[in-house]
Design a protein around this ligand. Sequence first.
Ligand code: HEC
Ligand code: HEC
Length: 503
Amino acid sequence: MRHAAILIAGLVLGAGPVLAFEAPDAVAALPRTPAEAARVAAVTASPEEFAVAETYEARSGGAGSVADAGAGAFSHANAALPEALRLDFELGRAMFEKLWVSAPASTKASDGLGPLYNARSCAACHVNDGRGRPPSGPDDKPLALTLHLAVPAEPMAAMSGVHGWQPTAPDPRYGAQLQTFATAGLTAEGRLRVTWDAQEVRLADGKTHSLRKPVIAVDDLAHGPFTPEIMTSPRIAPPMIGLGLLEAIPAADILAREDPDDADGDGISGRANIVWSPAHGDPILGRFGLKAGSATVAHQSAKAFANDIGVSSPAFPAPSGDCTPAQTLCRTAPHGDTDARGDEIDAEGLAITVLYAANLAVPARRDVNDPEVLRGKALFHGAGCAGCHTPKHVTHRVEDAPHRSFQLIWPYTDLLLHDMGPGLADGFTEGRATGQEWRTPPLWGIGLTAAVSGETSFLHDGRARSLLEAILWHGGEAQAARDAVAAMEKADREALIRFLESL
Ligand code: HEC
Ligand code: HEC
């Protein structure tokens, strides 16, 4: 019965009738009373003065925030996680860090790697539960940088009511992702070679700043050159903190921020991604992945097992992972469920991994009342950053999950898609996301990136080496915000960065 509790906390939460695009959590959640709704509106309103920190501002992840600013800052359990789930959380950590081996092996519980894969563990890409590191040059292996693949496909009847949804399918030869490793006797699909193009930008104070953009070549393609219609998207592993809290934000609150036609004329539109959720058999609001292509932490995690590590699960049962029917050798290679064991990872193993992935704590803020941080916060609002990086949300009342229930959280994201201009475009469509759109990433914990990862690299492909570089790449709907920062005096720009570093 212990595991029934996990399943409720992590995987099947909200199975049952699904409201239009509503997140699974909402179904298990209690509706807000009018009094609660008024309270939520009051606490999530924009601040009017910046002389002192707001109430609870230091607790980015609500009651479960942890005070650790060191290398392990992203690796704690949500401090409010009930005692009864803590053992399973630690078992989930072991799954996240487990190094998978290829089948057949004497260690049955760890075999099932591949045949095609990008890494042997979740933690190899989500290093210290933080973000992955991009390669420094052509000789450095781009482990945590994955190349997502898709081709245009036939429309899907169940999604026909979703405006702007673009049908795509995995590439018929290379699948949904380019796997750069293969188990013994098989050939990897190809090799990524990353070089960097430098470009100079001039800021208003006369200083120039050098930006770099990756040029990604694919060598040694095992099944012939890419077809002209293939779309590719290079993506680096994002940090893992606070994901269960993001999952518990009411879908209605996220949808209420959409402004597809920019009716308020602020230059910022914002559209929700709506994706097909296999677990619910319905279109659901997408929240996870860099284009919000997954509805739940469970779905994104099962997808990671299948595509990144080549491990099958009840959600992705194909034992040969992302091998396509065109890859015959790969299809017939030995795998971890040739015995009577079933999937390479079972429902329980998947559920504890999801429990772990969903419940990593968000670190508390530092220096919230430092005058320079507060000035930076005012500049953040003044420049229009909060138009997408929505500072705060209040989560649903989720039954039996006190650590995620009715929490005031400060993720600095609206979880919506925004056109970020041609500089950041990948030309890859995913659900409703166009080739220029990305999901606003949460900024909580971003100031601890160097402590956790030993270096800083930001944006979807890790191109920005500093927070300022990340801002200078903003274009499209964020052009005005970017220009405001480029026009700032040095002292103001530094205060803005100080604020980001305190997140
Ligand atoms: C090869 C590198 C790699 C490995 C291994 C990997 N991931 Fe990821 N992870 C990524 C990338 C890249 C993304 C962004 C994916 C996207 O945009 O669709 C991601 C995104 C995620 C997200 C969504 C985070 C967010 O902010 O939306 C979750 C959850 C996740 N991974 C869990 C896992 C789990 C669990 C495992 C192990 C089973 C794993 N990952 C293994 C690279 C990796
Ligand atoms: C129109 C919406 C929008 C506005 C306005 C905006 N951002 Fe962003 N921001 C995004 C999106 C989307 C990304 C991800 C882009 C990518 O990865 O290619 C992003 C990425 C970032 C990142 C890197 C995050 C990471 O995890 O790699 C930082 C830092 C950031 N923004 C700060 C700011 C600041 C500071 C401002 C105000 C000057 C601002 N943003 C204004 C949408 C916006």
